[in-house]
Design a protein around this ligand. Structure first.
Ligand code: ZN
Length: 248
């Protein structure tokens, strides 16, 4: 593998990482968008995008939660090499923020502190009536068809951004600011076709842009370095194990 990424990481003290589903697939969390099949239930056949929409959640919270428990609530998932490498870079003072489209909380489990979750997190849940907070274990409980607030009987929902819902603009603005200030932007595991991913990358104005994704993305032409390879493998090489493999 060529060593440019490693060299740029070593020369930088303001790296920003922006990642998507591909960051988590190596923790065996499937990308629900890549599951082409429909989800069948007693109400009919639905796409994941339909089930994870605001109006569907309001109409069929039981189906919504059944889907989430099978496809989204991975309570035992462990951080992988990507998460650990990024946490190490933050600890060393090289990385200022991780921006993620994922909702699995694995960056924090891997040790990252400054994580901007554009689509929220499954680890935070709240009562839609009184606002009381609940953890993932409470809503992931299989017997708990639709989780109900213990304080007021309201429906508890995950603090994730559903289809038809707006992003949290405070998180989005903070992400854009980090990207504008960065001297090295590493984009990984995202096809950059889902809003607002491509827009955020276009905020980047200085330094090096590195794209790591198994497939080509619409931004490949703008990047200083494109790596069509596993992101865990790539970052492990660049952050942990590069030196002994160096061939000059
Ligand atoms: Zn409540």
């Amino acid at each position: 593998m060529d060593n440019r990424l490693m060299e740029w990481i070593e020369a930088s003290n303001n790296i920003v990482f922006f990642g998507g589903a591909g960051t988590s697939t190596e923790s065996e969390i499937p990308d629900f968008r890549s599951q082409k099949g429909l989800y069948s239930c007693k109400y009919g056949d639905y796409s994941p995008e339909t089930i994870l929409s605001h109006s569907f959640f309001i109409r069929h919270p039981d189906v919504f939660y059944k889907f989430c428990r099978e496809k989204i609530f991975f309570i035992d998932a462990k951080p992988n090499k990507t998460h650990l490498a990024l946490a190490k870079l933050e600890k060393e003072g090289r990385l200022s923020a991780v921006i993620t489209q994922n909702i699995d909380g694995l960056h924090q489990l891997g040790g990252s502190i400054n994580v901007l979750e554009l689509h929220g997190t499954i680890h935070k849940n709240y009562c839609m009536n009184c606002g009381k907070s609940y953890d993932l274990a409470y809503v992931a409980e299989p017997g708990n068809a639709v989780p109900i607030c213990k304080a007021c009987g309201g429906i508890v929902r995950p603090d994730i951004v559903l289809y038809e819902e707006a992003l949290d603009m405070k998180v989005f603005q903070a992400a854009a600011e980090h990207i504008r200030d960065a001297d090295l932007l590493i984009v990984g595991g995202t096809s950059l076709v889902v809003y607002p991913a491509a827009g955020l990358v276009s905020e980047f104005i200085g330094g090096k842009l590195v794209l790591i994704n198994k497939q080509a993305t619409p931004c490949d032409e703008k990047a200083d370095l494109v790596i069509h390879e596993s992101i865990g493998y790539t970052l492990e090489h660049a952050v942990f194990g590069g030196k002994e493999n160096e061939t000059g």
